[in-house]
Design a protein around this ligand. Sequence first.
Ligand code: IMP
Length: 456
Amino acid sequence: MTVTIVGSQLGDEGKGGIVDVFGDPVDVVARYQGGDNAGHTVVHEGDEYKLSLVPSGAVRGKIGVLGNGCVVNPATLFEELDGLRERGLDPDVRVAERAHAILPYHRVLDGIEEDVKSDEDLAAGTTGRGIGPTYEDKAGRRGVRIGDLLDPEVLRDRLEYVVPQKRALLEDVYGIDVSDLDDPDAFDVDALFERYRTFGERLAEEDMTVNCGEFLAGRLDDGEEVMFEGAQGTSIDIDHGIYPYVTSSNPTAGGAAVGTGVSPGVVGQGEVIGIVKAYLSRVGTGPLPTELGSVDGQTPPDGGRPEEADLAEYIRDEGGEYGTVTGRPRRVGWLDVPMLRHAARANGFTGLAVNHLDVLAGLDEVKVGHAYELDGEELLTMPPTTEKWGDCEAVFRSFDGWPDVDWAAVADEGYDAIPENARAYLEYLEDELDAPVYAVGVGPGREETIVVESPF
Ligand code: IMP
């Protein structure tokens, strides 16, 4: 069977921990979208591994697959694999021949476009990994696929077509001279050909490429367990998220079929687990109706709740809501339940995993944005445009707080040991989203996740 793990909010919900907790019976972990924008930390046998592309299961001896819906930077892929091997692991990672390759010019153009957009407040705050420009080229039918790297003739043809266009964009549209770049080879056909042909040779030598759909179908036919590991979250999905502050792929469950080549029926017959952080956090600009406090440079001028700055700081500190690379404070807010209803509908959640319940412990009162008010009407789900979402006023519902307890002991004892008021919070979510809670995270470690029911 399959289990699909999907972020139900804005990313950073703690999906990796749940992949880990439910991962023991899994044979294959496949990513279906995104690329090396998905920073995740995996703790295995006491060692910590920081990855951005390789599926987390590959650290634990599972086969990791990067599906056709992914965009793959071969430089990052080999850097991560070499790093894991240097530390004594033997990761088995396969890459779909239909996946698109990120080239150096994609990264350069990602950075330039964000700079230009920031003058208009349109910057999505991208990770700068070239994700958007690579998906643009995929949709524009001028991309370079992983399979193309295996065939030097095809690779050269593709580069000869596309690179002059990229160069013209850089020079004629953005007015930047290639020779002024840190890596002028990023726009040079011969240099790119050599670099990417070599990547292709290594992919072939290590027998890493697969026809993804066929590969996974074969495994499923053999009775193996497959987990689809979503990256990012539903509200930054290109179709269902808060456009334009989104990533350029489909983290939603439909992406698991399109992005790997198994049928929607296969995904639908399995389980789809929505990962929920017990509050909201967000990196980047744009509206956030339940925001507490504000973060300079990210909260819109009339947004946030500056009067709740202390509460925001408390949640931010308890939850460690600071960028892993930049150390920048993340924006935080109360749980946005219309956002979750939207996610439950778009993904068809069959179960939930609620993380970071411990972060809210010790507060007298815990609120949720139960609904929105927009133009005198109450909305229970997200409006279709981000501008309307920005006009929504959150309608809050209040819960009695729960005490800070010995969460490790609670995790040891199980669900019934969770403080009563926190259980009321979880049960409210089950009712609103019409899906049972399968797991509850009460601390960062694997042993601090309470498994109520395993999807396998
Ligand atoms: P991109 O995916 O680098 O193009 O970035 C587009 C938007 O998605 C930005 O707002 C990023 O902050 C956000 N984003 C991308 N990956 C992640 C993630 O793994 N967690 C949270 N936000 C992300």
